[in-house]
Design a protein around this ligand. Structure first.
Ligand code: CA
Length: 230
């Protein structure tokens, strides 16, 4: 079987080596470049299945690379996992809104990183199921056409905004959504949605989901994610 190709964009040698070692150990094929310009130069010819992208790069930074990769028809399907410092919350949010699929903060454990890589690759294999008529996850069942949600087979009543938020998040479990992305997905219905009201929606949604409310995880400073199934 052909190895899955991963492009690593990172300028720090020790991190390059750490990534290369761990990815190769898991049988991925790895190409390392150390600048944004180099990444943009090789991405179309190498056509990786996934990109690990450092945000702080000399020259064109990770956000610029993310924007360019996600705005090209040839490459926008490639999942991007950003590598950032914990303090770069604004960059993380910006990157997610530019289309990055996930992020890992430095210093990271190889286990966590490999799990995120696997999850991102899994999501492209089974593309978002938000178009399916039924989403079934953990104890929750969502019937998109009938606008019906059950938790442990008990029907619960959601507002149309809550329903949309739940549908968005359960459509791509494990993916972090920023508040803006959530607003964007539900805007135009009911009433204008602001950042703050996203938080209010989430509180309401968690409450109605009862025990299953814990599957909506808060990602501090960034947004929310729906817990993946093991
Ligand atoms: Ca760097």
């Amino acid at each position: 079987m052909e190895k899955i190709k991963i492009l690593v964009v990172e300028d720090e040698v020790p991190i390059q080596e750490l990534l290369q070692f761990n990815l190769k150990r898991k049988n991925y094929r790895v190409k390392v470049v150390d600048s944004g310009e180099a990444a943009l130069e090789v991405v179309e010819s190498y056509m990786p299945k996934l990109i690990l992208l450092d945000v702080m790069l000399p020259g064109a930074d990770g956000l610029e690379v993310c924007k360019r990769v996600k705005s090209s028809r040839q490459t926008k399907h490639i999942p991007i996992i950003m590598l950032t410092a914990l303090s770069e919350e604004a960059d993380i949010v910006a990157g997610l809104e530019l289309g990055a699929d996930d992020y890992v903060t430095k210093p990271f454990s190889p286990c966590v990183l490999l799990a995120r890589v696997k999850a991102a690759l899994r999501r492209i294999q089974q593309p978002e199921n938000s178009d399916d008529s039924i989403i079934s996850i953990h104890t929750i069942m969502i019937d998109i056409f009938r606008h019906k949600v059950t938790v442990d087979e008990q029907e619960i009543t959601l507002t149309s905004t809550e329903f949309k938020v739940l549908q968005l998040m359960t459509g791509q479990p494990g993916r972090v959504f920023t508040r803006y992305q959530i607003v964007d997905a539900v805007r135009g219905e009911d009433y204008p949605v602001t950042d703050r009201s996203v938080d209010v929606q989430i509180v309401g949604l968690r409450k109605k989901l009862g025990d299953a409310g814990r599957f909506i995880e808060t990602v501090r400073g960034i947004g929310y994610r729906f817990k993946e199934m093991e």
